[in-house]
Design a protein around this ligand. Structure first.
Ligand SMILES: *Cc1c(COP(=O)(O)O)cnc(C)c1O
Length: 291
């Protein structure tokens, strides 16, 4: 791990003053919040487990983070995804190429057979305790441990800064990070954006882990997950010009929603930068190929 604990720093964006928690600096290939969500496994002795099994997108940040974890621990990593596009096979890019280089065993399922393959995985790995199944995106109660360490870092910083009211902003995919942050920081407001699906979908995701925390505010975004829009690219570029590179999938939609909701937030704002910039090369290539 490179910078730990990751620093807090002031940040100025579009005339607003806020703070960043630089969890992106923890590791170049570990997304910051995947590091938090996989923290309990990082603390697990290497000889307690043989294999981690997971499934999801072919360029997922969670996939790459698990591949790094398995390399650090000497564990086998089996990953099920929908059949990879041919251009990716002939010219490996981004998180996929990093994960393959780290030894990930990829199982490709035809899109029509993917759900059945995932269900079979879940059934098969329930019994064997030397094989651990990680739900898509790391949406797992085991995430609580590492996210509560992040919460404690935030609490100590807030106290040291003498900040009375604090809004903690973080994007949501599965909502695991935001939900456990809300649970661990009842004195703060956690503001998140439903980047995958609408807020009702995010609520259902969170409800598989816990009742929706009272101090969690879910903002919506008009942009479909992973879609390409000039405003999103521009927001990424403005953030970069302001001094920090963010990811192109979660961050631009979150910053746009945050700027819109800004005037309704009371107190200071802390944005948790969860990294994910390892996927920017492939996103920028998609922007470049755009008609
Ligand atoms: C995975 C990821 C998220 C989503 O985290 P969840 O806990 O699934 O909500 C947000 N931002 C980045 C950069 C990520 O890699």
């Amino acid at each position: 791990m490179q910078r730990f604990p990751a620093p807090f720093e002031p940040f100025r964006f579009e005339g607003r003053e806020l703070y960043l928690k630089r969890d992106d600096l923890i590791h170049p290939l570990f997304s910051g919040n995947k590091y938090r969500k996989l923290y309990a496994l990082l603390q697990t002795p290497y000889d307690a487990i043989d294999t981690l099994v997971s499934y999801g997108g072919i360029q997922s940040n969670a996939m790459l983070s698990i591949a790094v974890l398995c390399r650090l621990k000497g564990w086998r990593f089996e990953y099920t995804a929908k059949t990879a596009p041919r251009h990716l096979k002939s010219d490996p890019q981004g998180n996929y190429s990093h994960a393959m280089a780290l030894g990930m065993q990829l199982y490709e399922a035809h899109p029509t057979a993917y759900d059945a393959a995932v269900n079979a995985l879940k059934a098969r790995h329930n019994e064997n305790e030397r094989v651990r199944l990680i739900s898509q995106g790391g949406a797992d109660p085991a995430a609580q441990e590492g996210v509560s360490v992040l919460a404690e870092e935030i609490r100590q910083w807030q106290t040291a800064q003498g900040i009375e009211r604090l809004n903690v902003v973080t994007p949501s995919g599965t909502g695991t990070t935001a939900a456990y942050l809300a649970e661990s920081l009842p004195e703060c407001r956690i503001v998140t954006v439903a980047a995958v699906g609408d807020p009702a979908y995010l609520q259902r995701q969170i409800e598989t882990l816990m009742p929706i925390p009272q101090n969690l505010t879910i903002l919506s975004t008009p942009y479909r997950f992973g879609s390409l829009h000039e405003e999103l690219l521009q927001t990424y570029e403005k953030l970069k010009a302001a001094g920090v590179e963010f990811d192109l999938v979660y961050a631009p939609v979150t910053w746009l929603a945050l700027m819109e909701a800004w005037d309704e937030l009371e107190g200071e704002v802390l944005y948790v930068h969860s990294g994910g910039v390892s996927g920017n090369g492939t996103m920028l290539a998609r922007y470049a190929r755009r008609p």
